[in-house]
Design a protein around this ligand. Structure first.
Ligand code: HEM
Length: 391
């Protein structure tokens, strides 16, 4: 428990830190990577270049500090971040490094304004927050390791098949290189893929949703090539162009909280834009095979027919289900967007809805679903890329 004095310092300095947020995080990462270049094997270099993760980590520390006496209140956010951390193999010994360079950056940017009292208060608060993350992550690692066929950190997988799904999406079927089976996972979970790219100094990590219902012997990920979106596309383009059947890549165990509640029987709708379809495929296949009588809607937005993945697979399942609706809209065509009217026609607002796609798409879908009367408990979503800062 922090003293009243420490808490008062934390609360009064949060606005100052936020004001200097970009400067602090820029200094923090620069100095940390200079002293610990090995961490570049873990962090996403593209996010670094775009300054995205910079903001996420430090803002979360500030936001958590405000709730320091009641970290329970922000547990859902901690759990979501912790999932990302365990997927990337973050270890307890990494925390003091981040803490050291964050404090040094605060000191450097604030200069004389950063008194010893302020720095000590933040060191104490960071310690409490780090312990909370470490505890949650240790529990997750234990569960991963103890699960049948489970493991923690990374394990070698072989590319068993590679199949084109659309103009820019390729599925990779991955099997453990040691011949074992894979652990069961929840529909909606993701894995991290870790790659050595020839000519690149550091490893690359990316998260991909598992795009089929759990199978005993393989994972499937479906990767969109981000050719126009360098440097983010470094991994997806490499996977598309250079990684072939028989190649071995490193994979972490399934993680993630954006998952289907497969025990429910209430109506369920899956609403996706572009490659946001991947976790939906896993969820939809699970419903189609386990509870085919569940009223189900699959609503998808794609650019046009050639960018439309999994169409045949979805149709095949819909035919066999008792009460399933399926519709795709092409944004290249007039009126090719998922509007409130389309949602009203397709989605049963008494049930659950899962939304995944690019950020503007998700924002618009969530707004419209709320306007149709759906509550936040009914609307499930996960933004791709770094999570938005805690509120
Ligand atoms: C991602 C917070 C410690 C490495 C994130 C995200 C947040 C965050 C908010 C974005 C989550 C998302 O994308 O969904 C924190 C906080 C920490 C902490 C509050 C300390 C209390 C660490 C440590 C490491 C680390 C010790 C390892 C040295 C990463 C990496 C990502 C990440 C690699 C993925 C994004 C990227 O690659 O740029 N963290 N983090 N974090 N964190 Fe942490």
């Amino acid at each position: 428990m922090l003293s009243n004095e420490t808490r008062a310092i934390i609360k009064s300095t949060v606005p100052v830190l936020e004001e200097h947020g970009t400067a602090i995080t820029t200094v923090f990462y620069k100095n940390m990577f200079e002293a610990h270049p090995e961490l570049l094997n873990i962090f996403n270099h593209a996010n670094q270049k775009q300054g995205r993760q910079q903001a996420a980590l430090a803002n979360t520390v500030y936001a958590a500090a405000v709730h320091i006496d009641n970290l329970e209140a922000i547990l859902p956010a901690v759990v979501q971040i912790a999932n990302k951390h365990v997927s990337l193999g973050i270890k307890p010994e990494h925390y003091p490094i981040v803490g050291e360079y964050l404090l040094k950056a605060i000191k450097e940017v604030l200069g004389e304004a950063a008194t010893d009292d302020i720095i000590n208060a933040w060191a104490e608060a960071y310690g409490v927050i780090a312990d909370a993350f470490i505890g949650v992550e240790q529990d997750m690692y234990e569960k991963m390791e103890n699960q049948t066929n489970g493991w923690k950190f990374f394990k070698n997988f072989t590319v068993a098949r590679k199949e084109k799904e659309s103009e820019n999406i390729i599925s990779f079927y991955l099997t453990p290189a040691d011949g074992s089976n894979v652990p069961a996972y929840e529909p909606g979970q993701y894995i991290s893929v870790r790659l050595t790219i020839p000519g690149e100094e550091y490893l690359f990590n990316r998260q991909y949703s598992l795009s089929q219902a759990a199978q005993p012997d393989e994972f499937r990920i479906s990767v969109k090539s981000e050719r126009d979106n360098d440097p983010n596309g470094r991994v997806s383009v490499y996977l598309h162009d250079e990684v072939n059947v028989g190649d071995v890549i490193e994979v972490s165990a399934p993680a993630g909280e954006f998952v289907l509640d497969a025990t429910k029987e209430s109506p369920v709708a899956f609403v996706s834009g572009g490659v946001g379809i991947t976790p939906m495929m896993s969820m939809f296949e699970t419903v189609a095979t386990m509870t085919p009588e569940r009223p189900t809607t699959f609503l998808h937005a794609a650019r046009n027919e050639s960018f439309h993945a999994f169409d045949k697979d979805i149709r095949k399942y819909v035919e066999k289900m008792d009460n399933a609706k399926y519709k795709t809209l092409y944004s290249d065509q007039p009126e090719g967007f998922i509007t409130r009217e389309v949602l009203a026609e397709m989605v049963d607002v008494t049930g659950e809805v899962y939304v995944c796609g690019p950020v503007p798409f998700m924002e618009s879908m969530i707004t419209e679903l709320r306007a149709l009367g759906m509550t936040d408990e009914q609307i499930h979503f996960e933004f791709f890329g770094p999570a938005v800062a805690l509120q």
